[in-house]
Design a protein around this ligand. Structure first.
Ligand code: ADP
Ligand code: F6P
Length: 324
């Protein structure tokens, strides 16, 4: 078979996400089942360039499916964005006999995989990011856990917000995308949800909403603000001054990236990791694994990276309708 591979490398890159360990476990065990050797690469592309490479056996991925983070560690690596760095990475792969590589990460990491594929190393990307911002797939590993973690934290903030009759601005992660914010907006029953894709920066409308809700007897006012808008602390000061309602900002931060993955993340990660191995074994390269319409699929990385993903208009409309 053309492009037949014998040794598969696996790395995690970019921000960690709950479920990455389940994906690593699936890669290792599916590859071994198919008679391939597996090499773990530590610290993403940085570790590849440092040759932090070791052979993995089935026992190396025992007792990790329930753990957050990534046992391979992850990193961001500027050197790998240069042609020299990419050439060096491909040579190191060849030196260690790695002829196929599985990259678990987001769009940036897939750009790296694309470069390795162009240099003759078969590559497959597996979408692992809490942000859900990989356009070619409906699902990214880590999103479900992150949203549930954020939702539980916001419920707690709401308790104290209600007790003190305060307004709370709660900032959630998502980089430039508002998916985590939208889901928390609906799941937490927030009064306002500010998404980078939708927010018109009309703060007076927020102020009016808070004042109207007070008149209706609401004792809390939850504003979910996406990281892509940011500036929650200064926003809180302005809103308090304009409304007379005590307003606090809470930035949830990295807690959203940690913790034991949900069943959904473990399941999706296991399937995507195994599927990545299967398509490498079929001789495919420069592919990204994803889920569309509830089914596993793969597509060309170039095509995947050229796609865009929008907030669902209906979901946003309903989130607004239910926030009254
Ligand atoms: P994510 O994969 O979550 O989107 P980043 O955007 O930080 O995270 O990318 C992770 C790593 O992928 C970067 O640190 C870099 O090593 C590599 N990378 C990003 N963009 C490119 C690129 N255009 N070419 C090669 N490698 C890239
Ligand atoms: O991509 C995941 C993410 O947590 C984003 O939500 C956030 O913008 C970014 O990573 C933070 O990255 P860093 O770990 O470099 O602070």
């Amino acid at each position: 078979m053309a492009n037949e591979i014998s040794t598969i490398g696996v790395l995690t890159s970019g921000g960690d996400a709950p479920g990455m360990n389940a994906a690593i476990r699936a890669v290792v065990r599916e590859a071994l089942t198919n008679g391939k050797r597996v090499m773990g690469i530590k610290r993403g592309y940085a570790g590849l360039l440092q040759e932090e490479i070791f052979e993995m056996s089935a026992i190396d991925v025992s007792d990790i499916i329930q753990r957050g983070g990534t046992i391979l560690q992850t990193a961001r690596c500027t050197e790998f964005t240069t042609p020299e760095g990419q050439q060096k990475g491909a040579e190191i792969c060849r030196k260690h006999g790695i002829d196929g590589i599985i990259v678990i990460g987001g769009d940036g990491s897939f750009r790296g995989a694309q470069k390795l594929a162009a240099l003759g190393i078969n590559t497959v990307g597996v979408p692992g990011t809490i942000d859900l911002d990989v356009a070619c797939t409906d699902y990214t590993i880590g999103f479900d856990t992150a949203v549930n973690t954020a939702m539980e934290a916001i419920d707690k903030v709401r308790d104290t917000s209600t007790s003190h009759e305060r307004c709370s601005i709660i900032e959630v992660m998502g980089r430039g995308a508002g998916f985590i914010a939208l889901w928390c907006g609906v799941a937490n029953g927030a009064e306002n949800v500010l998404l980078p894709e939708k927010y018109d920066y009309n703060e007076q409308a927020l102020v009016n909403n808070i004042i109207n809700n007070r008149k209706k007897g609401k004792k809390h006012h939850i504003i979910i603000n996406a990281e892509g808008i940011g500036h929650s602390t200064s926003m809180a000061k302005r809103i308090e001054a304009a409304t007379g309602v005590e307003t606090r900002a809470t930035i949830l931060g990295y807690m959203q990236r940690g913790g034991s993955p949900t069943a959904k993340d473990r399941m999706k990660a296991s399937m995507m990791g195994a599927y990545a191995v299967d398509i490498l074994c079929q001789g495919k390269s420069n592919r990204v694994v994803g889920e569309r319409g509830g089914r596993l699929m793969d597509m060309d990385i170039d095509e995947g990276l050229a796609m865009t993903k929008a907030i669902d208009d209906y979901e946003y409309l309903v989130s607004c309708n239910l926030s009254k």
